[in-house]
Design a protein around this ligand. Structure first.
Ligand SMILES: Cc1cc2nc3c(=O)[nH]c(=O)nc-3n(C[C@H](O)[C@H](O)[C@H](O)COP(=O)(O)O)c2cc1C
Length: 449
């Protein structure tokens, strides 16, 4: 089983209002190195695959046409750039992987290639790139280019991935760096090539700025679940994150994705599928209940609305309650509409439903959609069900509360999974890169065609 822990360098990653959770360290720790090195060491002691950082550009200003609610409730603002943390986290650990979210819409591919090769060198081959197309229009107000419609962003991303992979994989041959002091030749120029890319979106000549890193191409993560996002994942991704409501409803989504991977000419087993969701674990039922009570008490409905409106690119405050969600023409993320359709296929979901779902605190329950909640044994039971019924390869755990939840994963949940033989008790010495951890020793290079 593969386990990632998902977070962000922000005071209240994912769950709005939870920065106030008593004793939680994220509210101020997010901007301190020791906070993150401490988390990285804990995750490594628990043999976790990777620490995965979200990232956005722009402010959530769609709800009520203002960024004030987002700023007030720390909706991914303030935040700092996670890529900068990686060398320090790599120095504090030996095996843990690191995934950084990086936008194909708001960066140039040449910069992206240089950044990820640098990170792969500095971490010794432990890096993944979470490929996102971004949804916040507000980024364009900061000189980061123009806002593109949802599917066009993915078209551009297709070309983007081709460019960066060409820089990573075709520009420098193996053995190009000869370090031949007698011949006064550091690099053999015959083994370094331009990529001469001229496409619809990009013109990149190359050569790549960096010599090849251990993985050359970082492990490619992707999480878009709209039809266009799924087609993109089937073509490019090695690890895909799905947010499915429950194991039985998720099974066809997982098999559908694997069918699309096969249709794209790839081995369906060459894509690892991870279910993502909140995990809240208590040593006892009473402890779990107390955490759930606090979660409800601290929940910020307004913060959550600000986040969802920005994510969907729809101001739910400005739409009449009875508007069917499927009829809203928005260019943000489209996966939520699909999520609702799968959650209640017979229902006409309206704006009022979404506003209620998003803003109301929902006390975590064992059977609640997406959530992993309860004692270690209850959560492990549910995870086993996900593995068996939905056919996922693992989980992208979103700890709740944000920092103390990491402790609960490491101290309570992982030992239970290890006791059941479901999770490794040590890292395999021969799997030196992050890609090898997913696909086996000797497979450090990206095999996506
Ligand atoms: C687990 C997970 C993590 C994500 N992390 C980010 C992120 O950090 N930044 C971002 O801009 N989008 C993020 N997204 C959004 C998606 O990757 C995707 O770009 C968005 O949902 C729009 O695509 P879609 O309509 O195909 O879903 C994440 C989604 C999931 C499920």
């Amino acid at each position: 089983m593969h386990l990632n822990v998902f977070t962000q360098c922000s005071p209240s990653p994912q769950f709005k209002g939870l920065w106030r959770y008593p004793g939680d360290r994220t509210a101020t720790g997010y901007r301190s190195l020791s906070h993150w090195t401490d988390i990285a060491r804990r995750l490594e002691a628990a043999c976790i695959d990777a620490l995965f950082f979200a990232d956005v550009h722009g402010v959530y200003d769609v709800y009520q046409g203002s960024w004030r609610p987002a700023v007030r409730h720390a909706v991914q603002i303030p935040s700092i750039d996670p890529a900068l943390l990686l060398p320090a986290l790599a120095a504090a650990t030996e095996n843990l992987g690191f995934a950084v979210t990086y936008s194909t819409t708001y960066h140039q591919p040449y910069e992206c290639a240089r950044l990820f090769t640098s990170l792969d060198h500095l971490t010794g081959g432990r890096v993944a790139w979470n490929i996102v197309t971004s949804y916040l229009r507000s980024a364009t107000a900061n000189g980061l280019g123009e806002y593109l419609d949802h599917d066009v962003r993915y078209d551009r991303a297709d070309e983007y991935v081709a460019v960066v992979r060409a820089l990573w994989e075709r520009s420098w041959e193996d053995g190009a760096v000869v370090l031949d002091a007698d011949a006064d030749m550091f690099t053999d120029p015959d083994k370094v090539h331009q990529i001469d890319h001229k496409g619809e979106w990009f013109e990149v000549r190359g050569p790549h700025q960096c010599e090849p890193s251990p993985q050359r191409t970082p492990v490619l993560y992707q999480a878009g679940a709209s039809p266009r996002g799924t087609a993109f994942a089937a073509r490019h991704a090695e690890v895909v994150f799905l947010t499915m409501s429950d194991p039985a409803a998720g099974a066809p989504q997982v098999s559908g994705l694997r069918e699309q991977v096969a249709a794209a000419g790839r081995d369906p087993a060459a894509v690892k599928v991870l279910q993502g969701g909140m995990v809240m674990v208590g040593a006892t039922r009473a402890e779990a209940k107390e955490k759930a009570r606090l979660y409800n008490e601290l929940w910020s409905g307004e913060g959550q609305l600000a986040k969802w409106c920005g994510w969907m690119d729809v101001d739910l405050a400005a739409c009449p309650d009875d508007t069917p969600v499927a009829e809203i023409a928005a260019e943000g993320s489209k996966s939520f509409v699909g999520f609702l359709r799968r959650l209640g296929p017979e229902r006409t979901w309206t704006v009022g439903d979404v506003r209620y779902l998003v803003s109301r605190p929902r006390r975590p329950r064992r059977e609640a959609p997406v959530t992993l909640y309860g004692t270690p044994s209850e959560v492990a039971d549910r995870m086993e069900e996900w593995l068996e019924v939905a056919g996922v390869d693992g989980f992208n755990l979103i700890p709740c509360p944000p920092s103390a939840g990491v402790d609960d994963i490491c101290d309570l949940l992982v030992p239970e999974l290890q006791r059941r033989g479901l999770f490794r008790t040590s890292y395999a010495a021969e799997e030196r890169t992050l890609r090898e951890r997913y696909f086996g020793a000797g497979r450090s290079r990206c095999e996506v065609p």
